[in-house]
Design a protein around this ligand. Sequence first.
Ligand SMILES: NC(=O)c1ccc[n+]([C@@H]2O[C@H](COP(=O)([O-])OP(=O)(O)OC[C@H]3O[C@@H](n4cnc5c(N)ncnc54)[C@H](O)[C@@H]3O)[C@@H](O)[C@H]2O)c1
Length: 384
Amino acid sequence: MAESILDAYKHQHNTEAVIDASKKLKIGIIGTGWIADAHIKSYLKMPDVEIIAGADLIPGKADAFFEKHGIKNVRTYLSHTEMLENEPELDAVSVCTYNMTHAVCTIDSLNKGVNVLLEKPMCVTLDEAVEICRAEKKSGKVLSIGFQPRFDENMKMIKRLVESGTLGDIYYIQTGGGRRRGIPTPFGTTFIEKETGGIGAIGDIGCYSLDMVLNAIGYPKPLTVSGYKCDFFGKNPEYMPCPEYAEKFGVDDFAAGFVRLEGGIVLDFRIAWAMHVDTPGDTIIFGKKAALRIPSTDCWNGTVGGNMVLYHDVCGTQTETKLPILETKGNLFDMKVRSFLDAIKNGTPAPIPSSQIIYNQAIIDGICRSAELGHEIEIDIPEI
Ligand SMILES: NC(=O)c1ccc[n+]([C@@H]2O[C@H](COP(=O)([O-])OP(=O)(O)OC[C@H]3O[C@@H](n4cnc5c(N)ncnc54)[C@H](O)[C@@H]3O)[C@@H](O)[C@H]2O)c1
């Protein structure tokens, strides 16, 4: 029985597509920090890409970045606006800036008719997400949001399990995860300061766990949320690599939310950069026919944290089926970049569309606002 269930979800192998390299897309990088490395490495593997420009607010940073990657003849700028003004031939940009400048860089690029691959989280507030979606609609350009776990075979399996009806109707989901100690400060304080990060764990890793389950169930609209957030670890010098980081800490290190979604599904969510326990719980998707347990992971940017388990009844017997961890052929970042380029070239919809991710952002925004108000709120998403 277990094998026949597993057979139904056999790993689908990726087939190598032939890339037409006769027309090269001209690419720019906005923000040349840590994640820009992953973008540039993927672009360099694409035969139909020419990197022509880059921008970073920190003098010399963009030059050093391109030099490190051995890329010559790239024009560099001290802001995204300067780059967009001076590079009319740009086809697309990767927005790799810290969260607080995601919206302005994306909107300005779209307004210049440039396609955008935007890093996660989409932005900081729902208002910003709405403005991004409006700029995208007006421009007619491709905007894809950088959730590379979408390309992981195990993540795809979660969606296939839901869509196949194996779980039956879904009525409740608990999701989240995080780390016992893992406030991200390896390259400075851009993740933890209000002025740059804007939001903390909830945006950094919370957006991934939300995307995993919302994508699986077809991204229903969020209706109401009761949220909580705190910063007990980030503000405590004992838990920070150096005491001055605690003074700079201006975001959440733990957040939770109870969210009602269209269709009657309830989402129970919690995420931590730091806590006194190893996990706030696995993800569990409760269906009327079966439930799926997805072991928590501490980083949330790749795959599942262990074998998923399907809980179901077989001929009246309560049964647990351990699902194998599937191998993903290829690099998730390469797939994220390739799917974006293909959408531009083929005139197809964005692989990870803003029409979905705006709901992810609405939940994050709702949790933050509800936490500040101290009561449940309704989520109101304006027409785009
Ligand atoms: N997809 C993933 O796996 C993943 C992993 C890590 C980070 N990220 C996301 O990537 C983003 C960046 O993270 P990071 O670690 O590279 O941050 P970082 O602070 O190392 O780099 C961001 C850079 O953007 C520059 N910048 C900001 N505003 C700018 C502007 N208007 N014009 C030009 N440059 C500007 C900053 O000077 C900085 O050098 C974050 O939003 C983060 O959530 C995604």
